[in-house]
Design a protein around this ligand. Sequence first.
Ligand code: HAM
Length: 418
Amino acid sequence: MAINRPRGTMDLLPERTAKWQAIEALLRSMCRSYGFSEIRTPIFEETELFARGVGNTTDIVQKEMYTFTDHSGRSMTLRPENTASACRAYLENKLYGQVQPVKLYYIGPMFRYEKPQAGRLRQFHQFGLEIFGTQAAAADAEIIAFAWDFYHRVGIRDLTLHLNSVGCPTCRAAYRQALQDYFRPYLNELCETCRDRFQRNPLRILDCKSEICRKIGENAPSILDYLCDDCRNHQEQLQNILHAAAIPFVIDPRLVRGLDYYTKTAFEILSGQIGAQSAVCGGGRYDGLIEEIGGDPTPGVGFALGLERVFAALNGQGDDVETEDTLDVYIVVANNAAQPLAFRIADQLRRADFSVEMDYADKSMKAQFKAANRLAAQTALIIGDDELAGGYVTVKNMLDGTQAAVPHQDITKYLLER
Ligand code: HAM
């Protein structure tokens, strides 16, 4: 029986990969403008990192991790996200010794054992930013501005930025209590998961998708009424900067993220184009996370976007990423005798950074020209009997049909000048 790819994973074939590369190139070039440098952390980490970092009470840690025991009996986990790993790398490599803030980005696969559906995969890809070492609301704004700018550049419309503050451990304790007081009379009516959340993490009840829990939660107290002065000021400052940058947002006091590490700012950008899994990105501040995994208290803020959802949003509005796939040179040979020369010229041109293709299958010249057209070759180099005998190559401009005879040793120079 044939072996298929695992459920919830994708093969990216060359045509699609080119589109992914175009998006990745845009993100990398934006990182240069915004001053973020790339880090690459391991695909797997000690399970403890995510248990402590992402949080034991989250769905991710409780149900969704790909965890295995290695040959030495250590528990390892395929990373379900990259923020905890970035914090670990910041600590382990003593990046706190560098000029702060430290601004990092990453792109790569993440793994969550979720129920696969449109826009929800088991291996998916995130691009993310993290800023370590500053409490300034301007850093939160910079993260959000980057995300907003990116979707604008890619041409994704119909987006809404949802913004909230989830407070800090001080103000959240009072809010947690208020939520428990509110939900206690309804405890028997809540879904099973939320009954469990009632003790572990009552904030997550606000995020439940079940109709009944939603209805019950409608009049639940708002976190915004419980923020301490520090959290309130931070949120106000952030909103002022977003107004100044003309980035529209809605305040969403029910926005609680699925990871436990957030403090103060939490945000998501939702798309109207991609169905139920509508979050194209999410992030926020995590001032307690580095301490949680063993460092000195260090503030941090960041976000991650799902690359699959970028394409889903584009497709939803009937667009796709444009890529320009052309070939610089196709070498057309009349017969086998010309192959060694063709190979040598291809080699020279590739070393000079031209993209070059040639035929290996002894096809007719007509078929070779057809292949050149299919690959959108800009130039054809023709090596026939006359050319072989005369020590030159016919260079044909495929766009306007003009031809020139160029000696072998001058071809690279000729094409570079053209
Ligand atoms: P997250 O909200 O879990 O946050 O994921 C961020 C984004 O990754 C989501 O908005 C979504 O676009 C995409 N995503 C998540 N799960 C899946 C999935 N199963 N299939 C496809 N796409 C998915 C985080 O991961 C945080 N680490 C973000 C962050 C960085 N917060 C601070 N810094």
